[in-house]
Design a protein around this ligand. Structure first.
Ligand code: FAD
Length: 455
């Protein structure tokens, strides 16, 4: 028998009984993250279907003194989208409206719950593209991507999510609605609240709608899988690749990860063999970039190439990179350490991180891949229990010691809050705290993310 909960009654009055979940079986999927490393019990899951309902639900939670965890597609990798214990999970996936594409301005409005794949299909029908792409596209939502300032595969050309966001509509903790959806490219009227919400990880407001910049769809697109002798050679190649017109992606992976993907997915042998360091490169433009790319790839340091410009062939080459995440998950629950390094330190970090992990977690599997063009490596370690943070400590300290960031694109969440001070000075953290306390004085939105509760 479930005791009646006045907050559940209040939320039900706002959204209707089918959109408030309290049964453990119904809530289970909302309570554990994609990696299975982070989980907690929710007091309830509420699924508002409109901005006004989000506002009313937040007021109900404020009145009840209940904390709220905003959740989109639940593909985040730092534990910020699932409850720690007793919060209300607010799922935004029903906010899935898409506006007409403004082709003159190359803009569209999207509800927070629209998935990236839905957005891509919608704008493609109008002959336009979206500047951010990532492998979780079928589930990751626009709201979650804003809240994490998602990066992904095309940052090199288009920037991360913040660069695509022209405006937002969001609901603050007290239920007030901030709306800047005019799509004005120029509008310097005070603080950039839309920019501030990018990367705020659900701690400042609930994003309900976003005005997005769109990009051209180029008629020519070519993808290459490339083998190199190591990260140094790959970085030399990156220098030359920067001269190829329309460079969109330079992704990196290593022989052990490629072998794992082959074993777990049945993709067959890698078309470039067991090269120690492998790249997925993509270029797109008005002119066919194949020859320009081919010229660079015929230079020194390249041990093998496979090139495709048809959609099926390109998807097959991308699979080697994109299926790393699921392949690692099949080994166990990963510690996902997403770091950024100055490009000049990347090879030294990669050489040092493997022994550093082995020293604190002997026998653990370490698989590394990432977005080479952005200096971003995903260090994945499988072996240590979920709550054993020795490996996280070793890798994040090493990144900081090399002048890097402890979070390139996934955010801090609950996974990295202990180490925020490694790369953010006390005055910097105080300024962030002041913003948080000004917008959410009751510390109701996503407590435990960025800072431990009570800090
Ligand atoms: C296979 C795979 C590949 C990935 N590749 C990349 C990649 O290349 N680049 C990258 O940056 N990330 C990547 N990710 C991570 C993830 O997809 C992104 O962080 C994505 O932006 C999360 O979107 P989501 O809707 O799933 O958000 P969720 O996981 O639901 O939430 C993430 C955070 O945003 C907050 N949030 C969610 N919605 C809202 C909202 N409407 N308002 C306010 N706060 C909200 C949550 O509270 C949480 O803190 C990958 C994940 C997977 C599983």
């Amino acid at each position: 028998v479930i005791d009646s909960d006045p907050l559940v009654d209040a939320l039900t009055a706002v959204v209707g009984p089918t959109h408030v979940l309290t049964e453990p079986g119904m809530m289970a999927g909302f309570e554990v993250d994609w990696t299975r490393r982070w989980r907690g019990r929710a007091r309830a899951v509420v699924r508002p279907g409109a901005t006004a309902e989000v506002a009313s639900c937040l007021r109900c939670c404020a009145d009840a003194g209940a904390a709220v965890v905003p959740q989109g597609g639940n593909t985040g990798l730092v534990g910020g989208s699932v409850p720690r214990g007793g919060e209300v999970v607010m799922s935004l996936t029903r906010l899935d409206g898409l506006g007409d594409v403004d082709r003159a301005a190359a803009q569209v409005s999207a509800g927070a719950g629209v998935t990236l794949a839905q957005l891509q299909a919608h704008v493609a029908a109008a002959g336009l593209g979206f500047g951010v792409d990532l492998a979780a596209r079928d589930s990751a939502t626009v709201g979650g991507m804003v809240a994490t300032n998602a990066g992904g595969l095309h940052v090199l050309r288009h920037g991360a999510m913040r660069a695509q966001v022209l405006g937002v509509e969001a609901v603050l903790a007290d239920g007030s609605v901030v709306r800047r959806m005019d799509g004005l490219v120029k509008d310097n009227s005070g603080y950039d609240l839309a920019g501030l919400l990018c990367g705020s990880e659900g701690t400042l407001a609930v994003v309900t709608e976003v005005r997005l910049r769109l990009v051209p769809v180029w008629p020519h697109r070519v993808t290459a899988l490339v083998g190199t002798g190591g990260l140094d050679a790959a970085l030399d190649l990156l220098v030359r690749l920067r001269s190829v017109p329309g460079l969109e992606a330079v992704e990196v992976m290593f022989a052990d990860g490629v072998e794992l993907v082959r074993a777990e997915t049945g993709l067959g042998p890698s078309p470039v063999g067991p090269a120690p360091c492998q790249l997925v490169i993509e270029c797109a433009g008005l002119e066919d970039p194949t020859d320009a790319l081919g010229t660079v790839l015929s230079g020194p340091g390249v041990t093998g190439t496979a090139v495709a410009s048809d959609p099926g062939g390109r998807t097959r080459l991308w699979a080697w990179r994109e299926r790393h995440t699921e392949a690692v998950n099949s080994l166990g629950v990963p510690h996902k350490l997403d770091v950024a390094l100055p490009l000049g330190r990347l090879a030294a970090f990669e050489a040092a991180v493997r022994p550093a992990v082995a020293a604190v977690a002997p026998g653990a599997a370490i698989v590394i891949w990432g977005h080479l063009g952005d200096g971003n490596l995903h260090v994945n370690v499988v072996g240590p229990p979920a709550d054993d943070e020795a490996v996280d400590d070793a890798v994040l300290r090493l990144a900081a010691a090399h002048g890097g960031s402890i979070s390139a694109e996934h955010g801090i969440g609950v996974a990295k809050r202990r180490w925020l001070g490694l790369t953010r000075a006390p005055a910097d953290v105080s300024a962030m705290r002041a913003i948080k306390d000004a917008l959410d004085p009751g510390r109701m939105l996503n407590p435990g993310v960025l800072w431990a509760v009570g800090q």
